[in-house]
Ligand binder design. Structure first.
Ligand code: KIV
Ligand code: ZN
Length: 513
């Protein structure tokens, strides 16, 4: 059996299914480039048949990525599979990942199909996909809660049809490590042609065991592919965390005996990019990528680490990319230095006009903030003013006045398409006044589910504030993110960004009819 463990990243597909985590095509492309730098083996870029936006994002990623296989999800039907193949046409290496549910519960209540119908549809889907590509992955959705005997029949049949990767999802995060590991092992033993496929694990984190379950699937079950997401992003409690699983396998190579191609020095930059893009803030005590993951507060620990680092540290912060958090540019840095740093960060702006716009924003920021970090640069290129196609809602100007004991007042000027609106309001605080002023004009009717502020580069009040606003409207949830040294301005940007996302999501659903 191979010693190579395949890392399949699904941040842009399963991760994006998390309410509020939806990303634009440009955002997905930027993250895909970072995943390529991270050297993940497979990037699941989206679900091409689910919307025109998803199709275009998968296509753009397939055209751009050269060093990782690009994959699209597809339900087990000809239309979805053909759409996935079409989106993947330009890829250097592509994979179609098709799935159908196999648990009694899902077949009876969701699909309203019999076992024989599901088996037949799985066979037909893989047969159809086989005409379009060699690299086919099959997932029996809710596989872990399926009848093992029926599951074995489905799996044997799809391998016979040409599925090369067999993924066994714990769709609802119900598994526990030992049982999941043995489930995979027994299934492999039961399926006569199991050696003709690579076995894969896909675990959700509802009971906080996604990483442990995935590792048990590898160690006990013999799986050689793990499906995971950056920061464990994903629906409900999320998916298996890429950073945790990769560092577990690397740090405990003595136990797992497996190699992973991933370059760990790109882990923290990837984590920050995903968090800044989606607005899903990483908890400080999160393993590997949390702000406190390498901080030693207690005197005994500090003393130990100073004397001999490995007294309390099993990994080195710089090995997972924490050293990237250093001052990179300042007020005197020129356009070439800025452009080079963009390249080093894997950020490819599409045109000279975009680079110019970003450089103007950089100069403006450097005038207000002495030290510019990588995170500032990422926030800056995400700013709508840098995009070639400007967003519908854009902040133009903002003034607010607050004084202790007085009710704050805000005046905001923002653009909506070609029109410019002036608006004002009071509020409980300056942020409340600004958001109320915008809402009084836009009248989105959206409910605010979350408002949070954090310092992009931590540590000092000189940092840019990063604001996340989560809005809900007509059953849809979106996150807007805005950054600025002034947190009131950052809040206005975040609110407008969320309104833009709500607007584009509305169009996406409407276009689907
Ligand atoms: O969790 C799940 O079952 C999935 C499948 C589509 C692979 O995401
Ligand atoms: Zn999933």
């Amino acid at each position: 059996m191979s010693d190579q463990l395949i890392i399949f990243d699904t941040t842009l597909r399963d991760g994006e299914q998390s309410p509020g985590a939806s990303m634009t095509k440009d955002e997905k492309l930027r993250i895909a480039r970072q995943l390529e730098r991270l050297k993940v083996d497979v990037i699941e870029a989206g679900f091409a048949a689910s919307s025109q936006g998803d199709f275009e994002a998968v296509r753009a990623i397939a055209d751009a990525i050269k060093d990782s296989t690009v994959c699209s999800l597809a339900r087990a039907n000809d239309r979805d599979i053909a759409r996935a193949a079409e989106a993947l046409k330009g890829a250097a290496r592509s994979r179609i990942h098709t799935f159908i549910a196999t648990s009694e519960l899902h077949m009876e209540k969701k699909l309203r199909m019999s076992r024989e119908q599901v088996l037949e549809q799985a066979i037909q889907a893989v047969r159809f996909a086989r005409n379009l590509t060699d690299d086919i992955e099959f997932s029996p959705e809710d596989g872990y809660r399926s009848d093992p005997e029926f599951l074995a029949r489905v799996v044997e049949a799809v391998i016979r049809e040409g599925a090369r990767t067999l993924n066994i999802p714990d769709t609802v995060g119900y598994a526990v490590p030992e049982l999941y590991g043995h489930f995979i092992k027994t299934l492999r033993e039961r399926v006569p042609n199991s050696d003709q496929a690579i076995w894969s694990v896909h675990c959700h984190n509802d009971l906080g065991m996604a990483v442990a379950n995935s590792l048990a699937g590898v160690k006990i079950g013999g799986a050689r592919q793990i499906e995971c997401t950056i920061n464990g992003l994903g629906e409900r409690a999320g998916n298996c965390s890429l950073e945790e699983v990769v560092m577990a396998v690397k740090t405990r190579r003595d136990y797992f005996g497996l190699d992973v191609r991933v370059d760990p020095s790109q882990i923290v930059p990837a984590s920050k990019m995903v968090s800044q893009t989606t607005g899903f803030v990483v908890q400080p005590n999160k393993a590997v990528v949390g702000a406190n993951a390498f901080a030693h507060a207690s005197g005994i620990h500090q003393d130990g680490v100073l004397k001999a680092r490995d007294t309390y540290e099993i990994m080195r912060a710089e090995d997972v990319g924490w050293s990237a958090n250093k001052i990179v540019l300042g007020k005197l840095s020129g356009r070439n230095a800025f452009k080079q740093r963009l390249q080093e960060l894997g950020i490819q702006l599409e045109s000279e006009a975009e680079i110019n716009a970003a450089f103007i924003r950089f100069k403006d920021l450097a005038d207000r903030k002495a030290e510019i970090f990588d995170e500032d640069i990422i926030a800056l290129v995400m700013d709508e003013s840098v995009a070639q196609e400007p967003d519908h809602f854009r902040l133009v100007a903002l003034a607010q006045r607050s004084e202790m004991g007085e009710r704050p007042q805000a005046q905001v000027v923002f653009a909506a398409g070609e029109d410019e609106h002036r608006t004002q309001s009071d509020g409980n605080g300056p942020v409340d006044a600004v958001l109320k002023a915008i809402e009084s004009k836009v009248q989105s009717g959206a409910e605010m589910l979350l408002y949070s502020v954090s310092a992009i580069t931590g540590g000092s009040t000189e940092s840019q504030g990063e604001v996340t606003v989560r809005l809900q409207h007509a059953g849809r949830v979106v996150n807007g993110v805005g950054a600025d040294p002034d947190i009131v301005v950052a809040s206005a940007k975040a609110y407008l960004s969320a309104l833009n996302k709500l607007r584009s999501k509305t169009e996406r659903v409407a276009a689907q009819g």
